[in-house]
Write a protein that binds this ligand. Structure first.
Ligand SMILES: [Zn+2]
Length: 367
């Protein structure tokens, strides 16, 4: 497709309000700006792709804005905001500690820190993957962190909080970013799709969101990939073909066959899956996931753990209702055993078939 701007870049949030699913953090930051109570150092922790660096950039832009909106957001119109938005602001410095982790790298940075900004109030230093700094680099940095000049503000980001030494932790205000829920990702993708004039079946968006495993950046790049293959009209089928995901119809069908003690049917379904080029191990872990999802549907308290949205959620609830709890528990045990033995098994196909036969006989025993 010509002129398709990569969504991951185009839809990067540019205000606190547009950050997805981290409202408690963005609200705290906005309040700090409002009450002019800024710390000198912040530590943003959380899995990759959840908005740590994005929030740090928005924060840097907002505290330098000369004309804040009544909602305490950057105005996007003043000279400073314009510089930020076109990535030419001198008030923000980013260091990726994953590739620049030596003492010299940190010395370069701390030398810069002393120089007050030409324009704007604050110089913001973002150090990404800060846990990757070498021990000596950490020590060199600590001095600056202890006595930072008034204009300097640090935002450290890490995916591995446990690797940050206590002396650093104690000097930072710490924010824990959440893994983004599948539903929130799907909802945001829907918004992006609409804005781009792309029609997607919501079940397809759910699959993309699941694949992204909590990271918005990944979700958007997967979305882009599918748009470039399938164009502006995307079905659930397009998505699963593109991502090589097994249609969940198979799992629903199998559970129905188990409940009817239909051993033959279950074996044929598995054969069909293999014929479509899917790997047996991939299948069995998917089946475990499906049974787990049915199990959490049984209880109104755990149903929130079901990470699917829309119509498909109702389908899960429906099937869960027809499954006795002990059937699900036993089936989960069998598929989990199969999963564990898969790697060492000499006859993998037979191993899976045996598991399916056992599951198809579960409800028989009760009669
Ligand atoms: Zn501004």
């Amino acid at each position: 497709m010509e002129n398709f701007i990569v969504s991951a870049r185009k839809y990067r949030p540019d205000s606190f309000d547009t950050v997805v699913a981290q409202s408690s953090i963005t609200n705290t930051l906005k309040n700090a700006i409002k009450s002019k109570q800024l710390a000198h150092a912040y530590l943003f922790c959380g899995p990759r792709g959840v908005g740590k660096t994005t929030c740090a950039r928005i924060f840097a832009k907002t505290i330098n804005c000369t004309n804040l909106t009544p909602e305490n957001e950057a105005c996007n119109e003043c000279e400073s905001c314009k510089a930020f938005n076109s990535s030419r602001s001198f008030n923000i410095h980013e260091l990726d500690a994953a590739s620049n982790n030596s003492v010299d790298d940190i010395r370069n940075l701390t030398d810069q820190v002393r120089v007050p900004p030409q324009m704007g109030k604050y110089s913001v230093y973002i150090i990404d993957e800060v846990h990757m700094l070498s021990q000596q680099a950490f020590n060199a940095f600590l001095k600056t962190l202890e006595e930072p000049p008034k204009h300097a503000l640090f935002v450290l980001a890490t995916t591995e909080k446990h690797k940050i030494i206590p002396t650093i932790l104690s000097r930072c205000q710490i924010f824990d970013f959440n893994r983004i829920k599948v539903e929130d990702i799907a909802e945001h993708l829907e918004y992006v799709a609409k804005s781009e004039g792309v029609e997607v079946e919501s079940e397809g968006l759910n699959i993309v969101a699941q694949k992204a495993d909590g990271a918005m950046r990944d979700a958007l790049s997967i979305f882009d990939q599918i748009v470039s293959f399938s164009g502006k009209k995307i079905t659930y089928q397009d998505v699963i073909t593109n991502l090589n995901v097994l249609d969940y119809d198979y799992y629903f069908r199998l559970i129905d066959q188990f409940l009817k003690n239909d051993v033959t049917g279950a074996l044929l379904t598995f054969n069909d899956i293999l014929n479509h080029g899917f790997d047996g191990h991939h299948f069995i872990t998917g089946l475990s996931g499906h049974i787990r999802d049915l199990l959490v549907c049984k209880d109104p308290v755990t149903v929130q753990l079901l990470e699917v949205g829309g119509e498909i959620k109702e389908r899960y609830k429906g099937q869960a209702q027809s499954c006795p709890q002990d059937f699900l528990l036993e089936a989960l045990k069998i598929s989990n055993e199969c999963d564990l033995q898969y790697k060492i098994s000499q006859n993998k196909r037979l191993l899976v078939e045996l598991a399916l036969i056992r599951m198809a006989q579960l409800s028989l025993k009760k009669k």
